[in-house]
Design a protein around this ligand. Structure first.
Ligand code: CAA
Length: 393
């Protein structure tokens, strides 16, 4: 039985900061951010968007009534969740109008969470082939103003519908995965900001990639030439490029050119959104599929997932006939085109704003946010979400 990605939805908030402006404000050569790090724009979440609303907006794009009937499992992967107890998946379940007969849970292992969710979803569909699983990867990446990681922040979500006979990509049963207890990036429960050992995290990312890739080739009897493209978790686009470069020499000139060209297509969305942690690898897959016209059904796409702390996994998917007709290219073009630029001062003000933590009420102006699903306010420590589309506003 083929199991894999049946639909993909994506959402980023309508505000962004240009990395050249950030570089100038931080008195850094803009080339460091745009070439050395490889980021152009960073999506910035206003208070009306949080990981729940971003995931719900990404899913709202793809879930129809047939899916509502089939989805009986929602797995929300995040490392910037809003509650230590209640799963973010339950809010999304309600906002999308999914049927009560469903399981809703949240999973966590840094940026690897959505990959864990997908593998769990595959198991569920294998046992119940008529059912579908909604996998959500949604995060706001925060390192802090004036920090080394600031240029690698971002915000956004990817929603993946996992089912039998998928329309977009069948996921192979070829995973190689690895866990090692390291402190390269982490966020203690009392901190709004991530802690990171930047250089060490880069080294570990490359080390994990090398270890799973070497084992993957042996275990599956495949080599670099068997891949049309390899997509990477992209904390910033240069990181994936560095990883790709470590293996390029295993292929001839044709293979090298193909993988480099497809890497370029697969980093376009990430370059303009920033790090979205759990969703980053799948945003890169979406960017590749939507921006590259040279791919064909049957092509094998490699996927490298990395979540600090750390877990790494390499696996692959096979593109399905007609996959392109099931993507939402024009909607995503429109999403990027409609975004509004922030000044550095406006970005800093949003970054430093927050919801009350003492139980007092705050009402937010949801008319300023064009997204269908928004956070309207907070009261008695409870967030109030609104789906404008479903309420006919
Ligand atoms: N023009 C072009 N390039 C320039 C330049 C210029 N004017 N000035 C500098 N550069 C280049 C540097 O040569 C360097 O290139 P290489 O990496 O190819 O050598 C690059 O710009 C970056 O320069 P630095 O190494 O000096 O950058 P930095 O020390 O300020 O920080 C960082 C970089 C460590 C990635 C930091 O942004 C950071 O800590 N980010 C968060 C952590 C992270 O993303 N880690 C990735 C792996 S962990 C992971 O994947 C999980 C996750 O999502 C967090």
């Amino acid at each position: 039985m083929k199991i894999g990605i049946d639909k993909v939805g994506f959402f980023a908030p309508h505000l962004y900061l240009d990395m050249t402006e950030l570089a100038e404000a931080r008195e850094v050569d803009p080339g460091k951010f745009t070439i050395g790090i490889g980021q152009e724009k960073m999506a910035v979440a206003p208070l009306t968007q949080d990981p729940v609303t971003m995931a719900a907006n990404a899913a709202w794009e793809i879930v129809d009534d047939v899916d509502r009937d089939a989805i009986d499992f929602v797995i929300f992967a995040t490392e910037s969740g809003i509650d230590h107890s209640k799963s973010a998946a339950i809010y999304v379940h309600q906002l999308l109008g999914l049927k009560p007969g469903a399981r809703c849970i949240e999973v966590k292992q840094a940026c690897y969470g959505a990959t864990a969710a997908i593998q769990m979803a595959k198991g569920h569909v294998a046992l119940h082939p008529d059912r579908k699983v909604l996998v959500l990867g949604s995060d706001i990446a925060r390192y802090g103003l004036n920090t080394g990681g600031e240029v690698t922040q971002g915000a956004g979500a990817v929603a993946l519908l996992i089912g039998q006979d998928p329309k977009i990509m069948a996921l192979e049963d070829d995973s190689v995965y690895l866990t090692d207890d390291i402190m390269d990036f982490w966020r203690p429960v009392y901190s709004e900001m991530a802690f990171v050992d930047g250089k060490f995290s880069n080294e570990q990312y490359l080390s994990f990639f090398s270890r799973v890739w070497e084992q993957y080739k042996v275990q599956n009897n495949l080599t670099l030439k068997d891949f049309a493209a390899i997509c990477f978790h992209l904390p910033y686009t240069k990181m994936g490029l560095k990883a790709l470069r470590t293996v390029l020499e295993e292929g001839d000139e044709v293979v090298q050119e193909r993988l480099q060209a497809n890497f370029q297509k697969g980093q376009i969305y990430n370059r303009n959104v920033g790090n979205i942690y759990t969703g980053s690898l799948y945003l890169s897959v979406l960017s590749l599929l939507e921006q590259q016209d040279d791919l064909s059904a049957g092509d094998r796409i490699g996927l490298f997932s990395y979540g600090s702390g750390a877990v790494g996994e390499f696996f692959s998917g096979i593109l399905q006939p007609g996959y392109k007709t099931h993507l939402h290219v024009s909607a995503h073009d429109a999403l990027f085109a409609a975004r509004q630029a922030l000044t550095v001062a406006e970005y800093e003000e949003i970054f430093q704003s927050g919801l009350p933590t003492d139980g007092s009420a705050m009402e937010l102006n949801i008319d300023l946010d064009p997204a269908p699903i928004v956070l309207a306010g907070v009261e008695d420590h409870m967030r109030k979400y609104v789906n404008k589309a479903s309420e006919g506003m």
